[in-house]
Write a protein that binds this ligand. Structure first.
Ligand SMILES: [Zn+2]
Length: 319
């Protein structure tokens, strides 16, 4: 018997005579029925939008909005995001892109359509090289649909949902994305009309509605604050997912050097923010969420604190 199993068995045996000892259980895995996911992902519900993912500085970052069929960055490709069709990459750093080939290959292996990968233009060639190299290693080519994005560009995700890219000051050509719902709304002067009256106006070719944009979720990836904080669709987005990596005075220069957000940057960001909820990501294991919250209290007002949530606090629900 392997030593690791032996030690667990010993503790189980000990438990019979020592009731206060913790009980260790070994998951029973039946052949063909392995259901242990590769990652334990955080999950947050904000009204009707679910955000799930994992983001720890220096380890990996992957954040998904399953109902909108979008995954921002891919980290090490957790099982739970493989079936999401649209992968939106912000920049090329390893902790955000390591799982790209696995994501695409596993979709192919399990009979799914090739994933659509949006990424800054300059990343497409190296991404293709990685995919090709893995195809050679694996013995099977890996299909992919790579799409170049530029700041200001819009990309259809669903018939009424678009991803709009914006520039972020982190690495060369890095971008963030806002998922925008586009609707048509009846002009106020026609709201009291009956159905048949509206049909009649339409027959006459009269424009009775106007386009409405609802920014739902913005994901900034890694970045320091920049011009994107002046974009209305970013600061009005219902949910803003952004990073805050550093929390102490002696880390100000590290934040600047790596072009990351520091605690001291948050008051300005929060002043411009009309977001219902701000989800902070990319905290380090060393900092810890308890310490980060304590530091946030020193620089933010109570109303601002109320709108902040850390992704890595599992299973929080906001209404
Ligand atoms: Zn980065």
């Amino acid at each position: 018997m392997p030593p690791c199993l032996a030690s667990k068995t010993k503790k189980l045996t000990d438990h019979k005579t020592k009731p206060n000892m913790p009980v260790f259980t070994i998951p029973r895995i039946q052949q063909g029925n392995i259901k242990v996911p590769s990652h334990r992902l955080a999950k947050i519900e904000i009204d009707d939008i679910e955000i799930t993912g994992y983001s720890v500085a220096g380890e990996e970052t992957v954040v998904a909005v399953p109902q909108l069929n979008v995954c921002f960055d891919i980290g090490k490709a957790p099982d739970q995001v493989i079936s999401i069709d649209n992968l939106l990459l912000t920049h090329g750093h390893m902790d955000h892109t390591a799982g790209i080939a696995y994501y695409l290959s596993h979709r192919n292996f399990s009979g799914q359509t090739p994933g659509t990968v949006l990424a800054p233009q300059e990343l497409l060639e190296p991404i293709q090289q990685i995919i090709d190299a893995h195809g050679i290693l694996d013995g099977n080519p890996i299909p992919a649909n790579l799409v170049a994005v530029r700041p200001g560009g819009e990309y259809r995700i669903k018939p009424n949902i678009f991803a709009r890219a914006f520039a972020t000051p982190h690495s060369r050509n890095s971008v963030g994305y806002t998922l925008i719902e586009k609707r048509k709304k009846l002009k106020p002067e026609y709201t009291k009309l009956t159905g048949p009256q509206i049909v009649e106006l339409k027959k006459q070719g009269i424009e009775i509605d106007y386009p409405l944009e609802i920014p739902l979720v913005t994901y900034c990836g890694d970045t320091e604050p920049g011009d994107f904080t002046k974009l209305e669709f970013v600061m009005n987005s219902k949910i803003l997912i952004t990073e805050c990596t550093f929390y102490t005075k002696d880390h100000i220069s590290r934040a600047k050097a790596g072009k990351h957000t520091h605690l001291n940057d948050l008051p300005d960001l929060m002043r411009n923010s009309k977001n219902q909820c701000i989800v902070l990501i990319h905290i380090s294991q060393r900092t810890g969420i308890g310490f980060a919250r304590k530091m946030l209290k020193k620089v933010l007002a109570a109303e601002q604190l109320d709108r902040i949530i850390f992704l890595m606090e599992h299973n929080k629900r906001r209404r």
